[in-house]
Ligand binder design. Structure first.
Ligand code: GTR
Length: 401
């Protein structure tokens, strides 16, 4: 695989089993190859998430049908987890279009970087009580500060809801030896293994807990919950989508190294650089591949292939060399054989498209947005167009009529 001119990459074949046998049927993929690949990512990249039983409970903290001047329902829900004497709370913020009062709506679930209050300038949104990045303190001063990345009114106007939580509620984004967040709740101190989970896997776990909540809310269309993430949260969204097939659509926005970009290309951020800068993101085993990407038993096209047959969307930005846009495009291409096995079209393109010309023909969507690293209104427009295609195949383009 990987015969791009000038870049002979020797990539693991999604359709060849570990013992060298070809995978020629959907059944062989589901029974053999998919679990093999999932295990390899758990062991070598993201780490294993514990299956420790947890006492969980969700508490509706407040709800109004009067948000955004009556156009939206706002809910804030505390997802509470208990293990022994330790507790963890994920504060979930939901905005649903008013139409959800009469029928369930599709929802985008995603983690935000700096607190729910940064997503939209609504004074009712609760401020995180735990750690927030220094540049976002005092938290009260940053209401709506990340609004450009979360165009709430536009998303709602197209009939979609938003379910978001602050990633720091699940695991604060710094290296503390895995004591705080869900690592502290579920881990036994001093007993970490080389394949114990890192922060990306913890965030993915949190996304699955948001999914658990969504399945209990009758105003949400349970079969149309998307998981989306930008950058480091894009890595988490892909891993959540791979681990949890309840997500109907998986979207990676500029996720780059150890997200959608092929590691073996070593363009932009490398495995060594990411492990050195963010020693808490991955499992310890991943460090074995610092400057040895070719020794990895996986590459990121295999992560993308785990989403099949569900629709997948990967987006890059033209000035985001750190995330290796071409490596993201090629990973989509090399994930295609698995979609083909299901009789589905993948991305259906051999060359990278020009900026701002989205590929929405098949089950893998892709676009290269012009501009720098970021999640923008343009990206959201593309995601909603693509979601409409897959969620409303009868040609209905809007969900709020
Ligand atoms: C960078 C990191 C990337 C990406 C990005 C982000 O510092 O090198 O892998 O995750 O942060 O999350 O914005």
């Amino acid at each position: 695989m990987g015969e791009e001119p000038g870049q002979e990459l020797s990539l693991p074949d999604p359709l060849q089993s570990a013992d060298g046998r070809p995978i020629a049927s959907v059944e062989a993929w589901q029974r053999q190859r998919r679990p093999q690949i999932l295990t390899l990512f758990r062991e070598h990249v993201y780490g294993r998430s514990p299956e420790t039983p947890l006492e969980t409970q969700s508490q509706l903290l407040e709800m109004t049908a009067d948000a955004l001047g009556g156009k939206a329902i706002r809910k804030q829900v505390a997802l509470q987890f208990k293990s022994g004497d330790s507790r963890l709370t994920i504060n979930l913020l939901l905005y649903l279009p008013a139409a959800a009062q009469s029928r369930p709506v599709p929802v985008f679930s995603l983690l935000n970087f700096n607190g729910n209050h940064t997503v939209y300038p609504d004074r009712a949104i609760r401020i995180p009580t735990g750690w927030v990045p220094e540049e976002f303190r005092p938290a009260e001063a940053f209401r709506g500060a990340r609004g450009d990345s979360y165009p709430v009114p536009g998303i709602l106007a197209r009939g979609y809801g938003l379910a978001t939580a602050y990633a720091g509620d699940i695991d604060p984004d710094f290296d503390d030896g895995f004591k705080n967040g869900v690592h502290g709740l579920l881990g036994v101190p001093g007993q970490r293994q080389p394949d114990s989970w890192g922060t990306i896997a913890a965030w993915a776990w949190g996304l699955s807990r948001i999914m658990d909540y969504c399945l209990t809310d009758d105003q949400i269309d349970h079969r149309r919950v998307t998981v989306l993430g930008h950058s480091r949260m894009g890595k988490a969204a892909l891993w959540a989508g791979a681990e949890d097939s309840r997500f109907a659509l998986v979207i990676s926005n500029n996720s780059g190294c150890s997200g959608a970009a092929l590691s073996r290309r070593r363009q932009g951020e490398s495995v060594k650089v990411i492990n050195d800068r963010f020693p808490h993101w991955f499992c310890q085993n991943y460090r074995q591949y610092n400057d040895r990407e070719e020794a990895l038993p996986v590459d990121q096209h295999l992560l993308l292939s785990l989403i099949a047959p569900r629709p997948l969307y990967v987006a890059s930005a033209s000035q985001d060399d750190w995330a290796d846009p071409e490596g993201e495009f090629l990973a989509c291409r090399y994930a295609e054989p698995v979609y083909h096995l299901f009789g589905l079209k993948g991305m259906d393109a051999v060359r990278m498209p020009a900026p701002d010309t989205p590929l929405h023909h098949g089950h893998i969507g892709y676009h290269l947005r012009s501009g720098p690293h970021g999640l923008t209104a343009y990206d959201w427009r593309c995601y909603i167009d693509f979601a409409n295609t897959h969620f409303h195949p009868a040609g209905k383009t809007k969900t709020n009529e």
